[in-house]
Design a binder for this molecule. Structure first.
Ligand code: AMP
Ligand code: FE
Ligand code: FE
Ligand code: ZN
Length: 296
């Protein structure tokens, strides 16, 4: 058995398309020892995953991926082993969800004024979970055949500078690190190699950042080495995971085939990272647990 873990996984609680049960099942089949559930701005997938983990005798680490912005760029901060009962933390998540709903209304308004017949209700139905975002809007655009793929929807309408772009609630990486620490969690900068803002790392470390996602799909060996070196310099934990969002991208025919079934959005995500495409040794999960137990 590979004592490996995938510490970055999305479920349908945010923009992933597998249920928490399905990802735990997949982890068992893949022979993993542990996974972390890291949905965007919600922990709604964690409890069902923990329940499934008992059935499959697999370890699930509670986690989250907070969406923030700095210098007009998206910065994602992962938070592991947070106290899921922390009142202020939960109140803040509720605020994120409210803001996401308000933003969705604005995005849909813009699309409707461009002539597309998308509705808030339909996007929410496609989202299923609580953390509604642009990927769900992209799926709604695919459904009405306004675009052929999620990526096309981002490129034409939803990316910054495109006609239906609406920024998210302003939360900075520093805010996210502080919130995660407040709730006794371990903050880790997600996919720094994608974000391209390494210069933020020293200040985030001062605020309590405790890890960098040093292993990620598509990283070159040099990038992995670079982030492992930064971890040594700043005494951070190098973490890693697949950032899995669901099965591989479907083509339009697949979409039509499954459009009215219960699983209609299962294979429609734009990020086609494979499950457990990259893994880290169990000692990484152990290091996170040791830090959390020590009250960081
Ligand atoms: P939101 O949080 O609603 O702003 O949506 C951001 C999420 O959309 C990211 O975390 C990714 O999961 C996804 N995403 C961003 N850009 C793309 C893209 N070009 N294609 C597919 N998914 C994307
Ligand atoms: Fe996502
Ligand atoms: Fe991310
Ligand atoms: Zn992610």
């Amino acid at each position: 058995m590979r004592l490996a873990c995938d510490l970055h996984i999305h479920t349908c609680a945010s923009d992933g398309t597998d249920t928490p049960f399905m990802v735990v099942n997949k982890a068992k089949i893949a022979g993993l020892k542990a996974i972390a559930i890291t949905d965007h701005d919600t922990v709604a997938g964690v409890a069902p995953a923990l329940k499934a983990a008992q059935v499959f005798s697999l370890e699930v680490l509670p986690g989250i991926e907070l969406s923030t912005e700095e210098k007009n760029k998206e910065v994602h901060i992962l938070g592991y082993l947070i106290n899921l009962k922390h009142k202020e933390f939960l109140a803040q998540l509720e605020l994120f969800q409210k803001e996401r709903k308000k933003r969705l209304v604005k995005i849909v308004d813009k699309l409707r004024s461009l002539g597309f017949s998308v509705t808030v209700a339909r996007v929410e139905a496609l989202a299923k979970g609580e953390s509604v975002g642009r990927p769900h809007v992209a799926r709604a655009l695919m459904e009405i055949k306004a675009v052929k793929s999620v990526s096309e929807a981002f490129e034409k309408y939803l990316d910054p500078g495109r006609p239906a772009y609406v920024p998210r609630f302003k939360y900075t990486p520093v805010d996210a690190v502080r919130l995660i620490r407040l709730a006794q969690g371990i903050p880790v900068m997600a996919h720094p190699g994608l974000t391209g803002l390494d210069e933020l790392i020293p200040d985030l470390v001062k605020e309590g950042l405790q890890g960098l996602e040093a292993v990620y799909p598509g990283y070159s060996p040099q990038m992995v080495a670079h982030y492992c070196n930064l971890c040594r310099t700043y005494k951070l934990i190098p973490t890693g995971g697949s950032d899995y969002h669901g099965p591989e991208k479907a083509n339009e025919e697949d979409f039509l085939e499954v459009r009215d079934s219960r699983f209609e959005v299962r294979s429609l995500n734009g990020l086609d990272h494979k499950f457990a495409e990259v893994t880290v040794p169990y000692s990484t999960a152990q290091a996170l647990k040791d830090l959390a137990r020590a009250g960081n």
